[in-house]
Design a protein around this ligand. Sequence first.
Ligand SMILES: Nc1ncnc2c1ncn2[C@@H]1O[C@H](COP(=O)(O)OP(=O)(O)O)[C@@H](O)[C@H]1O
Ligand SMILES: [Mg+2]
Ligand SMILES: [Zn+2]
Length: 408
Amino acid sequence: MSILHSKIKTKSGNKLLIERELSFGGQGRVYLAHKIKTSKAVVVKIFNNKFNRKILLERIEFLISIQEKNSFEGIELPFDLIETKDLIGHCTAYIDSISLEDYLMNSTSSITERLETALSIAKQFKHLHGLGIAHGDIRAQNFLIQTEKRNLNVHCIDIDNFNHASAPEPNMVGEALYLSPEQRDKLSNDTYYPPTIETDLYQLGILFHEIVLLLHPAHGNDNTQEELENAMSGVWKLDPTVSKETKNISISILNNQLCNLFRLALVQCPKKRTTTDNWIKAFQNAIERIYHCPKCNTPTIVDSSKIFCPQGHLFELLSLANAKTNKKLCLNGKSFFIGRAQFNDDIRISNKQLLISRIGPELWVEHIGTNPTKYKQNGVWLDLPKYKKIKLCKNDFIKIMKHELKII
Ligand SMILES: Nc1ncnc2c1ncn2[C@@H]1O[C@H](COP(=O)(O)OP(=O)(O)O)[C@@H](O)[C@H]1O
Ligand SMILES: [Mg+2]
Ligand SMILES: [Zn+2]
């Protein structure tokens, strides 16, 4: 029975007019509708009759109760139940948006925007998992992207295959390209492996790989079904420390921290997988560490180990020199202390006055000594705050007492 253009009354008394079909999937049909009273657009999902009504009802009611008590920005949960003699379904707020899949395929998104998208999703899943809910169907089609002026909002939808200890178990598996090794293993024996927080963590690893690198982790290792299965059996095939021959530019934009997390996210052992907390920290850090090569403009996420851009251009490495004599200070290592020894053993200066760290092409300074220190940026002298990392630029100056250093 088609419900197109018909009127439906929800459990809480909303009257809806069904306008058009949005999709027809494994679980049922999804429609765009609007509330007759307010004209507000909503999405109606009507489940396939093959599902057990009582179980479905309990599961939808569970989601509605989470929506009412534990909502979180961007997690789209149903707010109303549809239950008639013939139909069972739910109703969710409509998001005017494009799917994350289309966004990744068609847009000229920047790495910053994509890291911000990944960060929003990691926060949403920290919340869901904190409530004990596994999503159960993570894939790029189940996220929507809304670009409002310069803001980018991410919405997580289709939580209908969720798993939670106090609701009846779901019965679907997610999309083949996102299944974890344990889910693949059971599927190949025709048995069912319900979603867990750990299977979600595996699926998030795949999704974040697609978002950050615009590549599925099995990319290049998917010529046959066997090759694909192998690529998804618990190893990260594109790991730059393992597959040296894949000089894939997009992989080389990663810093060591993100490489470690991808390696762990895609492991076989469910308990070892990257947590949402670790993803959040790594994405926040990466967003602050994006560097565009001045020679080719290719972005890369820098850390102390990076000295080349993804195209192979050596970064210009900044140094410190005595401003009077122009004598360069010897800056060995990724971080080093500057103090009395560098200033003619002037006993009025602390042994460890400044901590200098190199992060890719950038030089950062942290004031850790006792002597007041100033720095000159864009021609203005400022106090160097204590215990705060400040980024240094070429031609900046640092002054401790009468001693001046120049960034060259
Ligand atoms: N809240 C929403 N706002 C806008 N579009 C939605 C919303 N929910 C679903 N859709 C659209 O309908 C499609 C199917 O919905 P979804 O809940 O993912 O069901 P399915 O189980 O069929 O995948 C989505 O891919 C999306 O295009
Ligand atoms: Mg879906
Ligand atoms: Zn370059």
